[in-house]
Design a binder for this molecule. Structure first.
Ligand code: AP5
Length: 225
Protein backbone atom coordinates (compact mmCIF):
# COMPACT_ATOMS: atom_id res chain seq x y z
CA UNK A 1 0.00 0.00 0.00
CA UNK A 2 1.14 3.55 -0.71
CA UNK A 3 1.76 5.95 2.16
CA UNK A 4 -0.84 8.72 2.32
CA UNK A 5 0.36 12.23 3.15
CA UNK A 6 -1.45 13.86 6.10
CA UNK A 7 -4.25 16.04 4.84
CA UNK A 8 -5.10 18.31 7.73
CA UNK A 9 -5.42 22.07 8.04
CA UNK A 10 -6.64 22.68 4.50
CA UNK A 11 -7.53 26.32 3.92
CA UNK A 12 -9.52 28.15 1.28
CA UNK A 13 -8.38 31.51 -0.17
CA UNK A 14 -10.40 33.48 2.43
CA UNK A 15 -8.38 31.81 5.16
CA UNK A 16 -11.28 29.80 6.55
CA UNK A 17 -10.69 26.15 7.31
CA UNK A 18 -12.15 23.78 4.75
CA UNK A 19 -14.35 20.93 5.93
CA UNK A 20 -13.58 17.29 5.27
CA UNK A 21 -16.86 15.41 4.89
CA UNK A 22 -17.98 11.79 4.41
CA UNK A 23 -21.28 10.84 2.74
CA UNK A 24 -22.47 7.52 4.08
CA UNK A 25 -25.57 5.67 2.91
CA UNK A 26 -26.79 2.65 0.98
CA UNK A 27 -26.34 2.28 -2.78
CA UNK A 28 -28.76 4.59 -4.58
CA UNK A 29 -29.36 6.76 -1.47
CA UNK A 30 -28.45 9.92 -3.42
CA UNK A 31 -24.86 10.44 -2.21
CA UNK A 32 -23.50 11.31 -5.66
CA UNK A 33 -26.48 13.50 -6.55
CA UNK A 34 -26.23 15.59 -3.36
CA UNK A 35 -22.42 15.74 -3.64
CA UNK A 36 -22.71 17.17 -7.16
CA UNK A 37 -24.85 20.08 -5.93
CA UNK A 38 -23.10 20.97 -2.65
CA UNK A 39 -19.46 20.60 -3.68
CA UNK A 40 -19.26 23.99 -5.45
CA UNK A 41 -21.00 25.90 -2.68
CA UNK A 42 -18.55 24.63 -0.05
CA UNK A 43 -15.43 24.35 -2.28
CA UNK A 44 -15.25 20.63 -1.69
CA UNK A 45 -13.28 18.21 -3.82
CA UNK A 46 -15.57 15.27 -4.62
CA UNK A 47 -13.78 11.97 -4.10
CA UNK A 48 -16.02 9.14 -5.26
CA UNK A 49 -14.35 5.73 -5.21
CA UNK A 50 -17.18 4.35 -7.39
CA UNK A 51 -16.51 7.01 -10.08
CA UNK A 52 -12.76 6.38 -9.83
CA UNK A 53 -13.27 2.63 -10.31
CA UNK A 54 -15.59 3.20 -13.30
CA UNK A 55 -12.92 5.46 -14.88
CA UNK A 56 -10.37 2.66 -14.46
CA UNK A 57 -12.80 0.20 -16.07
CA UNK A 58 -13.47 2.60 -18.98
CA UNK A 59 -9.71 3.07 -19.48
CA UNK A 60 -9.22 -0.73 -19.49
CA UNK A 61 -6.52 -0.67 -16.80
CA UNK A 62 -5.49 -3.77 -14.85
CA UNK A 63 -7.03 -2.23 -11.72
CA UNK A 64 -10.30 -1.64 -13.61
CA UNK A 65 -10.43 -5.17 -14.99
CA UNK A 66 -9.95 -6.75 -11.58
CA UNK A 67 -12.43 -4.32 -9.91
CA UNK A 68 -15.15 -4.98 -12.53
CA UNK A 69 -15.64 -8.57 -11.37
CA UNK A 70 -16.40 -7.40 -7.83
CA UNK A 71 -18.58 -4.47 -8.88
CA UNK A 72 -20.70 -6.50 -11.30
CA UNK A 73 -21.26 -9.09 -8.58
CA UNK A 74 -22.36 -6.38 -6.11
CA UNK A 75 -19.38 -7.09 -3.82
CA UNK A 76 -16.82 -4.69 -2.37
CA UNK A 77 -13.50 -4.26 -4.15
CA UNK A 78 -10.62 -5.40 -1.87
CA UNK A 79 -9.55 -2.73 0.59
CA UNK A 80 -5.85 -2.81 -0.39
CA UNK A 81 -6.84 -1.78 -3.95
CA UNK A 82 -9.11 0.99 -2.67
CA UNK A 83 -6.55 2.42 -0.25
CA UNK A 84 -3.84 2.59 -2.92
CA UNK A 85 -6.27 4.28 -5.32
CA UNK A 86 -7.42 6.84 -2.71
CA UNK A 87 -3.81 7.51 -1.66
CA UNK A 88 -2.92 8.38 -5.26
CA UNK A 89 -5.93 10.68 -5.48
CA UNK A 90 -5.24 12.44 -2.16
CA UNK A 91 -1.67 13.15 -3.22
CA UNK A 92 -3.18 15.62 -5.74
CA UNK A 93 -5.97 16.96 -3.48
CA UNK A 94 -5.80 20.58 -2.32
CA UNK A 95 -9.21 21.64 -1.08
CA UNK A 96 -11.71 20.39 1.52
CA UNK A 97 -12.62 16.80 0.76
CA UNK A 98 -16.03 15.21 0.20
CA UNK A 99 -15.69 11.42 0.39
CA UNK A 100 -18.53 9.58 -1.37
CA UNK A 101 -18.51 5.78 -1.10
CA UNK A 102 -15.32 5.76 1.00
CA UNK A 103 -14.74 4.54 3.65
CA UNK A 104 -16.99 1.51 3.26
CA UNK A 105 -15.65 -0.73 6.01
CA UNK A 106 -14.23 -0.11 9.48
CA UNK A 107 -10.84 -1.18 8.07
CA UNK A 108 -11.05 1.63 5.48
CA UNK A 109 -12.18 4.12 8.15
CA UNK A 110 -9.16 3.24 10.29
CA UNK A 111 -6.88 3.72 7.25
CA UNK A 112 -8.39 7.18 6.72
CA UNK A 113 -7.75 8.28 10.31
CA UNK A 114 -4.65 10.41 10.70
CA UNK A 115 -4.70 11.18 6.98
CA UNK A 116 -7.72 13.45 6.81
CA UNK A 117 -9.41 14.96 9.86
CA UNK A 118 -13.12 14.39 9.31
CA UNK A 119 -15.47 17.18 10.43
CA UNK A 120 -18.79 15.48 9.76
CA UNK A 121 -20.22 12.21 8.48
CA UNK A 122 -23.60 12.66 6.78
CA UNK A 123 -25.65 9.48 6.63
CA UNK A 124 -28.43 9.50 4.05
CA UNK A 125 -31.10 7.27 5.50
CA UNK A 126 -33.13 5.46 2.78
CA UNK A 127 -34.83 2.01 3.04
CA UNK A 128 -34.13 -0.93 0.73
CA UNK A 129 -37.22 -0.76 -1.50
CA UNK A 130 -36.71 2.96 -2.20
CA UNK A 131 -33.04 2.52 -3.13
CA UNK A 132 -33.82 -0.46 -5.36
CA UNK A 133 -36.46 1.58 -7.22
CA UNK A 134 -34.00 4.49 -7.57
CA UNK A 135 -31.19 2.25 -8.82
CA UNK A 136 -33.45 0.58 -11.40
CA UNK A 137 -34.56 4.04 -12.62
CA UNK A 138 -31.06 5.55 -12.77
CA UNK A 139 -29.47 6.57 -16.06
CA UNK A 140 -26.01 8.12 -16.38
CA UNK A 141 -24.39 10.15 -19.13
CA UNK A 142 -21.92 7.96 -21.00
CA UNK A 143 -19.52 10.92 -21.35
CA UNK A 144 -19.70 13.27 -18.34
CA UNK A 145 -21.28 10.85 -15.83
CA UNK A 146 -24.16 13.19 -14.88
CA UNK A 147 -26.84 11.20 -13.05
CA UNK A 148 -30.52 11.14 -14.08
CA UNK A 149 -33.66 9.27 -13.09
CA UNK A 150 -36.29 8.04 -15.53
CA UNK A 151 -38.83 9.06 -12.85
CA UNK A 152 -38.00 12.75 -13.38
CA UNK A 153 -36.37 12.91 -16.84
CA UNK A 154 -37.61 11.17 -19.99
CA UNK A 155 -34.86 12.33 -22.36
CA UNK A 156 -32.36 9.88 -23.86
CA UNK A 157 -29.40 12.27 -24.01
CA UNK A 158 -27.53 14.36 -21.45
CA UNK A 159 -28.82 17.92 -21.02
CA UNK A 160 -25.25 19.06 -20.36
CA UNK A 161 -23.14 17.45 -23.10
CA UNK A 162 -25.68 15.74 -25.40
CA UNK A 163 -24.13 12.25 -25.04
CA UNK A 164 -26.44 9.21 -24.70
CA UNK A 165 -27.71 8.12 -21.30
CA UNK A 166 -26.84 4.55 -20.32
CA UNK A 167 -27.64 2.07 -17.53
CA UNK A 168 -24.76 1.29 -15.15
CA UNK A 169 -23.62 -2.35 -15.43
CA UNK A 170 -24.42 -2.94 -11.73
CA UNK A 171 -27.87 -1.30 -11.84
CA UNK A 172 -30.22 -4.29 -12.06
CA UNK A 173 -32.57 -5.33 -9.26
CA UNK A 174 -30.68 -8.50 -8.29
CA UNK A 175 -27.34 -6.67 -7.96
CA UNK A 176 -28.99 -3.71 -6.22
CA UNK A 177 -30.40 -6.04 -3.51
CA UNK A 178 -27.04 -7.79 -3.17
CA UNK A 179 -25.31 -4.39 -2.78
CA UNK A 180 -27.86 -3.41 -0.12
CA UNK A 181 -27.13 -6.63 1.82
CA UNK A 182 -23.38 -5.97 1.57
CA UNK A 183 -24.03 -2.40 2.78
CA UNK A 184 -25.94 -3.65 5.86
CA UNK A 185 -23.22 -6.16 6.73
CA UNK A 186 -20.02 -4.29 5.92
CA UNK A 187 -20.73 -0.53 5.76
CA UNK A 188 -23.55 0.13 8.22
CA UNK A 189 -21.27 -0.59 11.22
CA UNK A 190 -19.58 2.71 10.28
CA UNK A 191 -22.72 4.46 11.50
CA UNK A 192 -21.97 3.35 15.09
CA UNK A 193 -18.24 3.90 14.54
CA UNK A 194 -18.72 7.57 13.65
CA UNK A 195 -21.58 8.12 16.11
CA UNK A 196 -19.26 7.09 18.96
CA UNK A 197 -16.80 9.75 17.73
CA UNK A 198 -19.54 12.43 17.74
CA UNK A 199 -19.32 12.92 13.98
CA UNK A 200 -22.51 11.31 12.65
CA UNK A 201 -25.46 13.37 11.37
CA UNK A 202 -28.44 11.57 9.87
CA UNK A 203 -30.42 13.15 7.04
CA UNK A 204 -33.71 11.77 5.72
CA UNK A 205 -32.76 10.77 2.16
CA UNK A 206 -36.32 9.82 1.20
CA UNK A 207 -37.30 13.49 0.93
CA UNK A 208 -37.40 15.22 -2.46
CA UNK A 209 -33.91 16.06 -3.75
CA UNK A 210 -34.23 19.82 -3.11
CA UNK A 211 -35.17 19.23 0.55
CA UNK A 212 -32.28 16.80 1.05
CA UNK A 213 -29.92 19.39 -0.46
CA UNK A 214 -31.30 22.16 1.80
CA UNK A 215 -30.92 19.99 4.91
CA UNK A 216 -27.32 19.09 4.04
CA UNK A 217 -26.50 22.75 3.31
CA UNK A 218 -27.98 23.81 6.69
CA UNK A 219 -25.92 21.13 8.42
CA UNK A 220 -22.68 22.21 6.73
CA UNK A 221 -23.34 25.86 7.63
CA UNK A 222 -23.90 24.89 11.25
CA UNK A 223 -20.64 22.91 11.32
CA UNK A 224 -18.64 25.63 9.57
CA UNK A 225 -19.61 28.24 12.25
P1 AP5 B 1 -20.57 3.45 -5.95
O1 AP5 B 1 -20.57 4.04 -7.29
O2 AP5 B 1 -20.00 4.22 -4.80
O3 AP5 B 1 -22.03 3.00 -5.65
P2 AP5 B 1 -22.95 3.10 -4.35
O4 AP5 B 1 -22.38 3.49 -3.06
O5 AP5 B 1 -23.57 1.76 -4.38
O6 AP5 B 1 -23.80 4.30 -4.61
P3 AP5 B 1 -24.53 4.64 -5.92
O7 AP5 B 1 -23.61 5.31 -6.87
O8 AP5 B 1 -25.27 3.41 -6.41
O9 AP5 B 1 -25.67 5.59 -5.37
P4 AP5 B 1 -25.68 7.07 -4.80
O10 AP5 B 1 -25.96 7.02 -3.33
O11 AP5 B 1 -24.53 7.88 -5.26
O12 AP5 B 1 -27.02 7.56 -5.50
P5 AP5 B 1 -27.25 8.56 -6.74
O13 AP5 B 1 -26.97 9.95 -6.33
O14 AP5 B 1 -26.60 8.03 -7.98
O15 AP5 B 1 -19.81 2.04 -5.95
C1 AP5 B 1 -20.06 1.07 -6.96
C2 AP5 B 1 -19.29 -0.19 -6.62
O16 AP5 B 1 -17.86 0.11 -6.58
C3 AP5 B 1 -19.57 -0.81 -5.25
O17 AP5 B 1 -20.70 -1.68 -5.30
C4 AP5 B 1 -18.27 -1.56 -4.97
O18 AP5 B 1 -18.21 -2.76 -5.70
C5 AP5 B 1 -17.21 -0.62 -5.54
N1 AP5 B 1 -16.70 0.33 -4.53
C6 AP5 B 1 -16.85 1.68 -4.54
N2 AP5 B 1 -16.25 2.22 -3.48
C7 AP5 B 1 -15.69 1.19 -2.78
C8 AP5 B 1 -14.97 1.12 -1.56
N3 AP5 B 1 -14.68 2.23 -0.84
N4 AP5 B 1 -14.59 -0.10 -1.12
C9 AP5 B 1 -14.87 -1.22 -1.84
N5 AP5 B 1 -15.57 -1.23 -2.99
C10 AP5 B 1 -15.98 -0.03 -3.45
O19 AP5 B 1 -28.85 8.44 -6.87
C11 AP5 B 1 -29.47 7.23 -7.29
C12 AP5 B 1 -30.70 7.56 -8.15
O20 AP5 B 1 -31.68 8.17 -7.33
C13 AP5 B 1 -30.42 8.56 -9.30
O21 AP5 B 1 -31.19 8.19 -10.42
C14 AP5 B 1 -30.90 9.92 -8.73
O22 AP5 B 1 -31.37 10.77 -9.75
C15 AP5 B 1 -32.02 9.47 -7.80
N6 AP5 B 1 -32.15 10.31 -6.61
C16 AP5 B 1 -31.14 10.81 -5.84
N7 AP5 B 1 -31.64 11.50 -4.81
C17 AP5 B 1 -32.98 11.43 -4.91
C18 AP5 B 1 -34.07 11.94 -4.11
N8 AP5 B 1 -33.86 12.66 -2.99
N9 AP5 B 1 -35.33 11.65 -4.51
C19 AP5 B 1 -35.57 10.89 -5.62
N10 AP5 B 1 -34.59 10.40 -6.42
C20 AP5 B 1 -33.32 10.66 -6.05
Amino acid sequence: MQEMAPNTGLYNPEGEQEMNVIFLGPPGAGKGTVAAVVKEEFSLEHISTGDMLRSEIKAGTALGLSAKEFIDAGKLVPTSVIIDMVAGRLAQAHAGLLFDGFPRTVEQAVALEGIADIDVVVELDVPEDVVVERICSRRVCAECGKVYSTLTYDGETCEGCGAPLVVRADDCEVTARKRFTVYKEETEPLSTYYESRGLLKKVDGTLPMEEVRANVVALFKEIAK
